[in-house]
Design a protein around this ligand. Structure first.
Ligand SMILES: [Cu+2]
Length: 172
């Protein structure tokens, strides 16, 4: 799911100890007004058709920005997708017009919601590996970062029927 955080709550959050430790995380990136925290993806089995990338984008600026696309040398194609449940059927589709990051707010790409869809991984992703991606924003431009390949410790949030090899359903 995605979460929108108000500017007021973000300001209060910076005073909390838990947030300070997150800010010190080596996997956080800062690009101008944008901050990207904890970019990650799951290990994939050989010849997996897709992999999904997750991260949180924080916009500390006074105007909204928009994630409009991206690419990776590790897969044939990178798209920005949204997963949704309609009539009991899980489906996903590209986010039309890009993903808006509100001014003073944040958007999380996380399992069962928004995600980066890496289509046609060129090799199996192994735990501890770094998958380079370039993300293009309407205002911040193109930024480069690494998705860390992690095995999620807690799979309790997964939906029934979603526990597939590679942790992601194939819609392509
Ligand atoms: Cu997808």
């Amino acid at each position: 799911m995605f979460t929108l955080r108000s500017a007021g709550r973000t300001a209060a959050c910076t005073l909390a100890l838990s947030c300070l430790s997150v800010a010190a995380n080596a996997r956080d990136y800062a690009f101008g007004e944008l901050k990207i925290t904890h970019p990650w993806t799951r290990p994939t089995p050989p010849s997996a058709p897709t992999a999904a990338g997750y991260l949180t984008i924080v916009n500390r600026g006074k105007s909204p920005d928009r994630l409009i696309g991206g690419s990776t040398p590790a897969a044939g194609k990178l798209e920005i997708h949204q997963m949704s449940m309609t009539g009991g059927v899980m489906s996903m589709r590209p986010v039309a017009g890009g993903l808006v990051i509100p001014a003073g707010g944040s958007v999380s790409l996380a399992p069962e919601g928004f995600h980066l869809m890496l289509i046609g991984p060129k090799h199996p992703f192994r735990p501890g590996e770094h998958i380079p991606v370039a993300l293009t924003f309407e205002h911040a431009g193109t930024v480069k970062l690494n998705l860390e390949v992690e095995q999620p410790a807690d799979t309790g949030g997964a939906m029934p029927g979603m526990a597939m090899p590679g942790g992601h359903m194939d819609m392509h």
